[in-house]
Design a protein around this ligand. Sequence first.
Ligand code: DGP
Length: 114
Amino acid sequence: MPDCIFCKIANKEMPAEIIFEDEQVLVFKDVKPVAPVHLLLIPKKHYTSLLDLGEADAGLAGSLQATAVRIARDFGFAEQGFRVVCNCGRDGGQLVAHVHYHLLAGRALKWPPG
Ligand code: DGP
């Protein structure tokens, strides 16, 4: 999508601190971190929100989740715990219209969210 900032990051047209990438998935640091570790996991292909990830995309959704777990292990915070969040739509607090998972760690996270 031409005006999508996460597509631009995925296409390397905009800078980001990239942590990991494979054919389908890109992981980079959130520009406004709310925890000591705050990463964003995105599919390189544009999907506006979680509503657009259907049955046919189950493999991609699984890859995103498996990538979060792999990074938690590789970065050494798997045992202390972490949170994976996908904000969807207005009430979900989604600001960027390219589906993304927040991976948060490094402090005790509160529940419920605000
Ligand atoms: P959400 O509210 O779930 O749509 O979160 C969007 C997140 O994206 C927010 O935590 C800030 C982050 N973000 C927005 N623009 C950029 C950017 O240009 N670069 C990076 N690295 N992160 C961004």
